[in-house]
Write a protein that binds this ligand. Structure first.
Ligand code: ZN
Ligand code: MN
Length: 478
């Protein structure tokens, strides 16, 4: 069989985490509200009302444009996209068409041994429609989501595998959270992706007929759906059939794609400029204000962690996954005197566990980065042993006290006094003649058991390496 290449473009809709909707004062996020309780005359399309644009929407679009290396347009315009559907009470969607808020741009995806550049054609702002829900043979309509602000962003046909498409969504989600643009939770439809998929023989340049996959609500589902669709298309072509420009619906439960409808053409929507709204004017001064505190972006920070701290890419990736974690790490590094990899290990193993268990962000921990540095330092200088160091994490988190304070109050300091350890070790040896005999008879592994006994008797405070050395000494005298 000849070798095929998959060509994928992604169309994403991003729900912005603004306080209010795009053209009215209703709450933007009504995920937990009863149907049709978060609506007003504007977003439910009653006659005689006028939309008032929410400036925060343009601000978030400018932030995203900057992150995607896109060019913000000083003047952009709203258009009406006309179509009928029960969840669209006005009969049109207010969106941006040929003069969107930003154009061009790209995102570079690190794919291990290569980088994939994904081009962005444009980025525009628009309002969301409502939802329809099927129950038995009845359909229900919920307008709560009408007027929720969205950014729509379309990539070029640059992605070449399901993995690259998944990586794009992972990096986009990371950016959106990093910049506080969106919660970007796919399960809650804050981030929605439709995938345009076509195939061609490897080495060909032309774009073949594509299909569009809709309603995929997790990154894993995007991966699976694209793989399935590419496989289907290859089989069609191998069987001598044409690919038809279908829109395909992804069913989450069965993991199957089914044909929804043949695609509308652009002309069907009769776009025209929205007569009720002025142009969106983002002058230089406003742009400067929005971008004043623009942060270092995750992929740049990831690279810097590798270059500046000589961290493995794996560590750098985890530590820059989320901004709060990444800031926490750098503050701990600043407060710590020693090998940065030590801090990274404690972050990845212990702080991550604490965050997972508590559902907190790193910045919300009572265990401040300085305290983490202090704990590692206590272990490094052998003032406490490793298990005590680990137990200090939760103790600091639950009390908010400094590690030093807790060590002093609870007498957790490691016993490095050889005399004290020798006394305990000798007692253990005297109390367990059978074990001693076995050990001396060649069961070397038992040394661990003896060390364990010393640790237990010292209530975990003995320096385990020292305990081991002293035990070996006692045995060698036998
Ligand atoms: Zn409203
Ligand atoms: Mn759209």
């Amino acid at each position: 069989m000849p070798e095929y290449e998959i060509v994928i473009g992604l169309e994403t809709h991003i729900q912005l985490n603004t306080e209010t909707k795009i053209f009215c004062a209703c709450k933007a996020d009504s995920w937990e509200e009863e149907p049709n309780t978060n609506i007003c005359p504007v977003c439910s399309g009653l006659p005689g009302v006028l939309p008032v644009p929410n400036a925060a929407v343009a601000e978030k679009a400018v932030l995203l444009a900057q992150a995607m290396n896109a060019e913000v347009q000083t003047d952009s315009y709203f258009d009406r996209k006309n179509y009928f559907y029960p969840d669209l009470p006005k009969g049109y969607q207010i969106t941006q068409y040929d003069q969107p808020i930003a154009t061009g741009g790209y995102l570079d995806l690190p794919m291990g041994d290569y980088t994939r550049r994904v081009e962005i054609e444009k980025l525009h702002i628009e309002e969301d429609a409502g939802k329809t829900k099927k129950e038995g043979n009845r359909r229900f309509i919920d307008f709560n989501r009408c007027g929720v602000p969205l950014i729509e962003m379309v990539t070029g046909p640059n992605l070449r595998s399901a993995d690259e498409a998944a990586e794009y969504l992972i990096r986009l989600r990371q950016l959106l959270r990093w910049l506080n643009i969106s919660e970007a939770n796919m399960e809650k439809a804050h981030l929605r992706a439709d995938a345009n998929v076509s195939i061609r023989l490897k080495g060909e340049d032309k774009l073949n007929t594509k299909t569009e996959i809709k309603n995929v609500n997790s990154i894993e589902a995007v991966r699976t759906a694209i793989q399935k669709e590419a496989k289907r298309q290859i089989k069609e072509v191998e069987d001598g059939n044409d690919i038809k420009p279908w829109t395909l619906d992804w069913d989450e439960d069965t993991e199957m794609l089914s044909k929804m409808r043949s695609k509308e053409t652009e002309a069907d929507y009769r776009h025209f400029k929205e007569p009720d709204l002025l142009k969106v004017h983002v002058d230089q001064a406003w742009q400067d204000r929005i971008l004043k505190d623009f942060p270092e972006l995750p992929l740049a920070r990831r690279q810097r962690f590798v270059d500046e701290y000589q961290l493995p890419a794996y560590d750098a990736d985890i530590l820059t996954n989320e901004r709060s974690l990444s800031d926490y790490f750098e503050q701990a590094v600043k407060a710590y005197d020693g090998d940065v990899k030590r801090v990274s290990n404690w972050m990845i193993n212990d702080i991550q566990r604490m965050l997972n268990e508590s559902g907190k962000m790193a910045g919300e921990l009572k265990l401040k980065p300085e305290y983490l540095a202090e704990i590692i330092q206590l272990v490094d200088s052998k003032k406490v042993n490793n298990p005590t160091g680990k137990s200090l994490l939760d103790k600091v988190e639950s009390t908010g006290k400094s590690p030093q304070e807790i060590v002093e109050a609870e007498g957790l300091g490691q016993v490095s006094d050889t005399g004290a350890i020798r006394e305990i070790a000798q007692a253990i040896v005297d109390e367990n003649p059978d074990q001693v005999e076995k050990y001396l008879g060649g069961k070397d592994g038992l040394i661990g058991w003896f060390v364990g006994q010393v640790m237990q008797k010292s209530q975990g405070k003995a320096n385990p390496n020292m305990a081991r050395e002293i035990l070996l000494e006692i045995f060698s005298e036998k």
